[in-house]
Design a binder for this molecule. Structure first.
Ligand SMILES: Cc1ncc(COP(=O)(O)O)c(C=O)c1O
Length: 481
């Protein structure tokens, strides 16, 4: 075992102190000099003990928090990871590294949401934010569960159609919607929430050549801890201008309002703060305009305990608190019971439902710490660059945990997947499992240095399906002419 620099320094500090005590007691005469010596030694002892205590407290706190993060992993996932059989089953389908989806966890999230939503308001509808993870298998599953699709590009719209969605089951958002798709979604009975004046003018101009009316929604700018979103229109002048354009076109009607307060929101009061302002604005509209409102879309953003952004477990309230905080301020609206309320979460629905399995390529033990290099990089887990991930070994074992840093294999110095986490001692060839990577990782993974991994779905403990093969070199050079 090699000692780390920290451990050597701590050892030397204590050694110096004992040497000083020994020399003082042995050679110093009684009197003032001895008194000064004793005071100096006492101060040094207190200082060293305090330092040791602080190190111990820091390590214990980190350890307790990490254990809490481990406890927040859904038990059905731990069940699969407890055996080597499921890992063997994956190895028969595809090579590692591989993203692993857990159908049960994905299904549980939909059920949790639906059960709570119907106890709060009869007209709550769940839409899935496709950008969060655009895996076709996932979208097909949400479709089968009657979850609507929220899309923000032509590509996502086409993907949703490909997976079976009809325009009436789609919410079209975002700054890059084309007139063609807006017309298609509106014509098919779907929702379009206007983000920009350019979109509004374009629709308005097109309507002048038509003999029909359309109903649109508008996105409203939100505030999250002092940060104002740049999407949509702000209360006051901007919304006044929007209303003037709508009022000036007899074919254009305001049917909905949309807001999205941001992502990884762990404080429900942020929803209340924004929705209170929204309700006030709606109450300032004319009675006819208020009556014409059909829906309010409150976006997504709910945090996941111990997700890739490592929100502290204890700080993330249950989903019912978010829904109440967002919906309760709307109850004062006259037609509230008739309104449909949409939510369009991404992270909360899919983050926990995916992990990534990778082999260990190299282990260095330094003192009571280990540095691991594993066979995947932050290119496949881009969110790991903001904060480290929760990791376990597969199959799980109960050996004592030691402080661990995990590096990626991209030959890039900043490729750190997890630092100061707790893992049993591992060896080359073991498999580590990165938890809660379903949101924004698969969708943002890139091919820097190597092609991207495949995806398997654990349908049941004994049924594992390959839903996306691993990328091969030819996939990468297919576009080049
Ligand atoms: C308009 C809109 N709705 C929903 C979402 C999903 O957010 P989250 O994954 O945080 O739930 C996003 C994400 O950026 C968004 O921009």
């Amino acid at each position: 075992m090699i000692w780390s620099i920290d451990e050597i320094t701590r050892f030397l500090r204590w050694l110096c102190l004992f040497a000083m005590i020994y020399l003082f007691t042995k050679y110093l005469p009684l009197g003032l000099l001895r008194l000064v010596g004793e005071i100096a030694i006492s101060v040094a002892v207190i200082w060293l003990i305090r330092r040791e205590f602080m190190i111990w407290r820091q390590v214990t706190k980190a350890r307790i928090n990490y254990y809490k993060l481990l406890e927040a992993i859904p038990p059905s996932i731990l069940g699969v990871l407890s055996t080597a059989k499921s890992l063997d089953a994956i190895a028969m389908k595809t090579r590692l590294p591989v993203y692993v989806g857990f159908r049960q966890v994905l299904g549980d999230r939909i059920n949790d949401f639906s059960q709570i939503a119907c106890s709060i308001h009869p007209n709550i509808k769940l839409a899935y934010s496709v950008k969060t993870n655009n895996l076709p298998d996932l979208l097909a599953y949400f479709y089968s569960k009657k979850v609507l699709a929220e899309v923000v590009s032509t590509y996502e719209y086409n993907l949703a159609l490909r997976m079976g969605y009809k325009p009436s089951q789609i919410i079209l958002n975002g700054p890059q919607k084309s007139l063609t798709i807006m017309k298609e979604v509106l014509g098919g009975g779907g929702r379009v929430n206007i983000d920009t004046f350019a979109q509004l003018e374009e629709l308005s101009a097109w309507l002048k050549t038509q003999a029909k009316s359309i109903r649109i929604g508008v996105r409203i700018r939100t505030e999250n801890r002092g940060l104002i979103s740049h999407f949509g229109f702000s209360f006051g002048k901007e919304l006044e201008q929007v209303m003037q354009i709508i009022r000036g076109n007899s074919h254009l009607h305001l049917a909905g309002v949309h807001m999205h307060v941001g992502t990884n929101i762990d404080d429900p009061r942020i929803y209340t703060h924004n929705v209170v302002k929204l309700a006030r604005w709606i109450l300032s509209l004319s009675p006819q305009e208020q009556k014409a409102l059909r829906y309010i879309d409150l976006g997504g953003g709910f945090a996941v305990p111990g997700s890739t952004l490592l929100t502290e477990v204890g700080r993330v309230p249950e989903i019912k608190h978010f829904l109440h905080a967002a919906i309760d301020p709307l109850r004062k609206l006259d037609g509230f019971s008739q309104l449909t309320v949409y939510f369009e979460p991404g992270r909360w629905l899919v983050d926990e439902g995916f992990g990534l399995a990778a082999r260990v390529l190299e282990v260095k033990r330094v003192g009571n710490k280990q540095d691991i290099v594993c066979q995947v990089s932050t290119t496949c887990l881009p969110l790991a660059t903001s904060q480290s991930l929760v990791v376990t070994v597969w199959p799980s074992n109960s050996a004592p945990l030691i402080s661990t840093t995990i590096y990626g294999d991209s030959c890039y110095e900043g490729d750190i997947l997890a630092s100061a986490i707790w893992l049993p001692g591992v060896k080359v060839g073991d498999t580590v499992f990165f938890h809660k990577v379903g949101a924004y990782n698969l969708a943002q993974a890139n091919q820097f240095i190597a092609p991207r991994p495949g995806v398997v779905m654990v349908e049941k403990v004994k049924k594992i399906r390959l839903v996306r093969r691993a990328e091969i070199d030819a996939d990468l050079w297919r576009r080049d002419i």
